[in-house]
Ligand binder design. Structure first.
Ligand SMILES: *Cc1c(COP(=O)(O)O)cnc(C)c1O
Length: 341
């Protein structure tokens, strides 16, 4: 049994409403699974609560605690213009009195909407890097940190998605939380699906599932890539899970071959909607009243639906969808949902 003293002793601020709900979705199960469907459960991390919620809040609880411990006065991070991570960083910074600078990739789209609008409402300083090159954006963030240091300030730099081992701890603890809820609902074994991008979420889940197994819950994670090739995501996931295990003294080793990532639901690219995701978003909204988004959770949901329709699960078998948030991004995709209504 892994000793969780190190994990539980990590500094952490309290910004999310936890535990988030874990609920069954019977009407959605019927709608997608036919007359004898599997039992679909949804873990509601869209309800972590901070400025419209999402998965990054769990990571930021650890990252911001570290920033405060180091005496930082500023958070700097990056993401795409509709980054949920950037928006949650803006919100948590506001809550802890930290200045937030967002160096977003690409160009200013002109009109502020969705997450970008919320970044501004939350008082973050938003700049655009004018490039999508992640390495280049990170160099610029480091320069910015040095400029602030020269002015006597202290910045805490957060890589894209908060996907560093410390951030992944948010999903190690989340997975233990989910396993306890699943077992309380009589579910001791299940596959669980999650949108995977910068890999900190799935990395944390993979390590968390090892710890959950020690407690009697047998889970397998399937990451649905929303941007990168599966092998690349699996490599990042394994790396973060390994570093995370070392950080908390857990005796587990992860290799990319044992990480399941599916990349056939990306469509034409990151943040480009697919017809299947649009259909899945409507199906969940119209059966359960739950909102997902075209960039992350809608694509993950389209993969989830497809795997169920291919007969991967027997009737009544529990299967879990991890809703990671992303709701504000939906508001910039009006055409997909108004055309041919
Ligand atoms: C960032 C994000 C993800 C992916 O999490 P990673 O840790 O980057 O893999 C999934 N869903 C939503 C809504 C996100 O904002």
């Amino acid at each position: 049994m892994t000793d969780l003293t190190k994990l539980n002793g990590l500094p952490r601020v309290k910004a999310a409403f936890l535990p988030t709900p874990f609920e069954e979705a019977p009407r959605f199960s019927q709608a997608i699974g036919g007359p004898r469907p599997p039992r679909v459960f949804i873990k509601r991390d869209d309800l972590t609560g901070l400025a419209t919620g999402g998965n990054k809040t769990r990571k930021l609880e650890f990252l911001v605690a570290e920033a405060l411990k180091e005496g930082c006065d500023t958070l700097i991070t990056t993401g795409a213009v509709q980054s949920n991570h950037a928006r949650q960083t803006a919100a948590i910074g506001a809550r802890y009195g930290l200045k937030v600078i967002l160096l977003l990739s690409g160009k200013d789209p002109g009109q502020a909407a969705g997450n970008y609008l919320l970044d501004l409402v939350l008082g973050a300083e938003v700049r655009f890097a004018g490039t999508d090159d992640e390495g280049e954006v990170w160099r610029r963030i480091q320069e910015l940190g040095q400029e602030l240091a020269a002015q006597g300030r202290k910045a805490f730099l957060i890589p894209v998605g908060g996907s560093v081992p410390l951030g992944a701890m948010g999903y190690v603890t989340a997975t233990i939380e989910l396993a306890d809820q699943a077992m309380a609902a009589g579910v001791r074994s299940a596959d669980l699906y999650v949108a995977s991008s910068s890999a900190g979420t799935q990395g944390g889940i993979e390590l968390g599932l090892c710890l959950a197994r020690e407690r009697g819950f047998n889970g397998h994670c399937i990451g649905i890539s929303v941007a990168r090739p599966a092998a690349e995501v699996a490599g990042l996931v394994a790396g973060l899970a390994n570093e995370g295990a070392r950080m908390i003294g857990a005796d587990y080793l992860f290799s990319p071959e044992h990480i399941e990532v599916l990349d056939q639901y990306i469509g034409q690219g990151y943040a480009i909607p697919t017809p299947e995701a649009t259909e899945a978003i409507k199906a969940l909204a119209r059966t359960e009243g739950i909102i997902t988004d075209p960039v992350y959770t809608g694509k993950a949901l389209s993969g989830f639906v497809d795997q169920i329709r291919r007969g991967r699960y027997f009737p009544g078998q529990p299967v879990i969808f991890w809703h990671t948030g992303g709701v504000p991004a939906l508001f910039v995709y009006t055409q997909e949902f108004t055309r041919g209504r």
